[in-house]
Design a protein around this ligand. Structure first.
Ligand SMILES: [Zn+2]
Length: 243
């Protein structure tokens, strides 16, 4: 194998390691993003429940005020009873008083119902606050994991990037362009070995896609340090004479 193909193989090995590190980082970044989304969902639910509690509290306060105003009306009617002079007046005020008492009892029931609702909703808010707290803690934990992975990979990534530049320095710009295009397409799997399909026959296959390869191309690879790509998958071909 010539210098160009050797440099390409070195570059491929480096690219694969870089791609592997990037994948691991991306996995952690995805966990952080997923957890951040979970936290936002929990926060939205909390805001919703807080607003609902507030609305119910306002209604409960209004009902309470109404009970008080009905109480005042009842008291006033009772006072009026002491000042009536005729049976007719007495009967009229009694009728009013009974209506007022019935209304008061209805409003009081509603007020009690609302107080019950406020308590139940307050419990829901407390539970949701705990859920938000738990999701916040999970988020800081996955963030810490990401930072730890980033920290441990930073040095290795920098070293690999230096090695990649060194390997690339042995190659022509157009070869590097070709390599980069294939690398993007196959996530760093830029090279494919050429294998002999049969030990006694001159039949060759691309190990990347298993498609057959003309014998003259395989021979060109054996005799010259040439960049040849597979017609089917487009990877750069090489023949490993040791296997
Ligand atoms: Zn192929």
């Amino acid at each position: 194998m010539g210098a160009t193909l050797e440099a390409l193989i070195a570059l491929r090995d480096i690219e694969l390691q870089i791609a592997d590190i990037r994948r691991q980082l991306a996995t952690k970044q995805n966990s952080v993003a997923r957890q951040a989304a979970k936290l936002r969902t929990a926060e939205t639910a909390l805001a919703h429940e807080q607003a609902d509690l507030k609305r119910t509290q306002v209604a409960a306060d209004a009902a309470d005020l109404e009970v008080k105003s009905r109480d005042a009306a009842v008291t006033k009617l009772r006072d009026n009873l002491n000042t009536v002079r005729t049976n007719k007046e007495y009967a009229a005020i009694m009728a009013q008083l009974n209506n007022e008492k019935a209304d008061r009892s209805r409003v009081e029931n509603r007020a009690l119902e609302l107080i019950g609702e406020v308590e139940a909703k307050r419990r829901l808010v407390t539970e949701q606050e705990a859920a938000v707290h738990a999701e916040t803690q999970r988020l800081s934990s996955v963030k810490a994991q990401l930072e730890q992975v980033q920290g441990s990979f930073a040095e290795r990534l920098a070293a690999l990037e230096r090695q990649r530049d060194e390997a690339a320095a042995h190659l022509e710009p157009k070869t590097i362009d070709l390599f980069n295009r294939i690398s993007e397409r196959y996530e760093g799997e830029t090279m494919a070995r050429v294998v002999q399909a049969h030990p006694r026959r001159q039949e060759y296959l691309c190990d990347g896609c298993n498609m057959s390869l003309a014998a003259e191309r395989a021979n060109a690879l054996l005799s010259r340090d040439e960049v040849i790509t597979c017609d089917s998958c487009g990877r750069i071909l090489y023949i490993d004479k040791h296997t």
